[in-house]
Design a protein around this ligand. Structure first.
Ligand code: HEM
Length: 123
């Protein structure tokens, strides 16, 4: 499989140009799928993706634990535990870091980048 096609969605997704707007951790936390007036957001390595269209991240969804957070560590470690849904990933092993980068690729092919977590040092 070519690098370009890896993790590509089955149905093509039209993405907007990525935004660089700062999003505070407090605002991110409010975008956890429970407030219909807000988008549902998930950040990876400080980069914020709008996952609103996927009910898996909504209030009843199987991946709701990730919503409103930067769960880089949990993604890297294939964990759904809330205590692992934190941004810190630098201390992980190379295999886990690779998994995290693959999730970044997966998200970047599906979801619009709407900003960066303000003060994020985990890029
Ligand atoms: C019993 C174990 C699990 C099953 C059966 C399962 C099943 C699935 C399925 C069917 C999908 C959809 C695949 C697709 O869209 O093509 C998916 C996506 C996903 N899974 Fe799991 N999963 C499991 C465990 C986990 C764990 C432990 C994590 C923690 C990192 C995880 C994170 C994700 C994420 C982030 C997505 C992408 C959702 C999206 O944005 O489309 N899964 N999973």
């Amino acid at each position: 499989m070519t690098e370009e096609k890896r993790f590509a969605p089955k149905v093509a997704v039209q993405l907007d140009p990525p935004k660089d707007d700062p999003i505070s951790p407090e605002e991110l936390a409010k975008c956890d799928g429970t407030d219909p007036s807000r988008p549902t957001l998930v950040a990876i390595k400080g980069v914020v993706f709008d996952v609103t269209r996927n009910a898996a991240y909504g209030a009843q969804g199987q991946y709701r634990v990730f919503a409103g957070k930067d769960p880089s560590r949990a993604l890297a470690c294939s964990s759904l535990k809330p205590e692992n849904c934190v941004p810190e990933w630098h201390d992980l092993d190379d295999k886990e870091k690779k998994v995290l980068d693959e999730w970044f690729t997966f998200f970047s092919k599906r979801y619009n980048i709407v900003g960066k977590v303000e003060g994020a040092t985990n890029t």
